[in-house]
Design a protein around this ligand. Structure first.
Ligand SMILES: CC(C)(COP(=O)(O)OP(=O)(O)OC[C@H]1O[C@@H](n2cnc3c(N)ncnc32)[C@H](O)[C@@H]1OP(=O)(O)O)[C@@H](O)C(=O)NCCC(=O)NCCS
Length: 178
């Protein structure tokens, strides 16, 4: 398995991967919603605010994740991980965790202080994310599943409580994703 950074030439394959994976796991309508989200993340986010990673096997993309810039109300640099997909036929073989570890190492090399995500704590706790309360860091939208609000520090210091609003990139700025 090869892990590398996403480049624009991967766009069609990556959008198709998200569509296929989420159609299979959550139904066709969710497949369309997530494929649309990924298309808009790629098209509408300035390159400095978006980091994609891919897992490739025999020249086929079998996994993909995106981190986008997340503005927090102190001077720390943060990104949020969303969405994540591993091809249905190779799920459960460690690729998702390895791809996220690869992405987090890249963020650390870029001196990013904090990584956030919003998802199943049972999965994301395997790669260092911990549940946080909105009293520590507010989410940018109302959370339908507050137990899925997760973060990890990348700079060695614990996540500090911070007052004030947070802001995600435009593609994620829709209540339906939260
Ligand atoms: C969730 C997903 C990215 C995980 O990637 P993966 O390569 O299958 O996962 P890994 O093999 O690295 O890790 C497997 C471990 O995570 C757990 N896990 C996998 N998917 C999980 C999920 N949706 N919820 C909770 N735990 C999950 C497994 O139980 C397994 O735990 P174990 O090692 O203790 O048995 C992948 O299954 C997927 O794309 N699912 C459909 C889309 C999705 O739900 N994306 C995440 C939301 S954005």
């Amino acid at each position: 398995m090869k892990y590398s950074l996403f480049t624009a030439s991967d766009t069609a394959d990556v959008v198709a991967l998200f569509s296929d994976v989420f159609s299979a796991s959550e139904g066709e309508s969710e497949g369309r919603i997530i494929a649309d989200l990924v298309s808009r993340l790629i098209a509408d986010t300035a390159p400095k605010n978006l980091i994609g990673c891919i897992a490739t096997e025999n020249d086929r993309i079998v996994g993909s994740i995106f981190f986008s810039r997340f503005i927090v109300p102190n001077d720390q640099v943060a990104f949020i991980l969303s969405p994540v997909a591993v091809s249905t036929r190779v799920q459960g073989s460690g690729i998702g965790q390895e791809l996220i570890r690869y992405g987090l190492e890249h963020l650390k090399r870029m001196d990013v202080d904090l990584a956030f995500t919003y998802g199943d704590p049972a999965f994301y706790s395997k790669i260092g994310f911990k549940q946080i309360s909105e009293q520590i860091v507010k989410a940018p939208f109302v959370l339908s599943q507050p137990e899925g609000w997760l973060a990890q520090s990348l700079d060695g210091h614990p996540v500090q409580p911070m007052q004030g609003a947070t802001e995600c990139v435009e593609a994620l700025s829709d209540q339906k994703y939260w």
